[in-house]
Each structure stands twice: as C-alpha cells, then as structure tokens.
Design a protein around this ligand. Sequence first.
Ligand code: CU
Length: 117
Amino acid sequence: MIYINIVGVILMGLIVWWFWLYKKQTTKVTDTIIKINVENGIYQPANITVNANTEYTMVFTRKDETPCAEILSIPKLEINEVLPLNVATSIKLPKLNAGSYPFHCQMKMYTGLIVVE
Ligand SMILES: [Cu+2]
C-alpha cells in the first residue's frame, strides 16, 4: 500500500513537471534568426522568448520523416508552411505584440511556443 502511494506521488510529480515546469524552460533568443530542428518528436528549441516589435526569421529544419511533421502552423499568425525534409525553411515573423504564440504540426504531436516580451 505504501509503495502504491509512493509511486502515485512520483507519478503526480512527473505530471506536474511535464505540464507546468517543463514548459517554462524557454530559450531566450539573442539573434533575429531562430534555428529550430524538428526531430525525435520535439521542436528544438520548442519554447522561445523573443522581444516585441522585432522582426525574426524562424528557420526550421525537419529531420523527422513523419508526414504530419511536414506542416508548421502558427495559428495566431495564420502561418501554415510545408517543411521539406532536411531542408532549412525560413519563415519570417511579423513584428509581434507581447503575448504567446503557439506553433505546432498538423496533429499537434510537435508543439512549441513563442513568448513575446
Ligand atoms: Cu504531427
């Protein structure tokens, strides 16, 4: 019984970490060119922090052959791009207001977040 409780607590801890803490690890972008790899089920980096009112270019390189990973959507910006395999694809972002802008693949297996400060 005690073991089950311990396992339960550990699982809860992992769930909390995964959904709340893990997402908060963001990469502060220092260049206006943001390179992101699409590989092994994640965007790398997935969560990025950028400055408001600055033009950035995101450069996606898809190394995952899964067809669904081919589409890159940033719904709030009405951006939908096809990412050819192993080709760096540039996507220009407009100047953004502060806020968060999620991006994902077609079925949201890959998810990422642009945080604008
Ligand atoms: Cu997908």
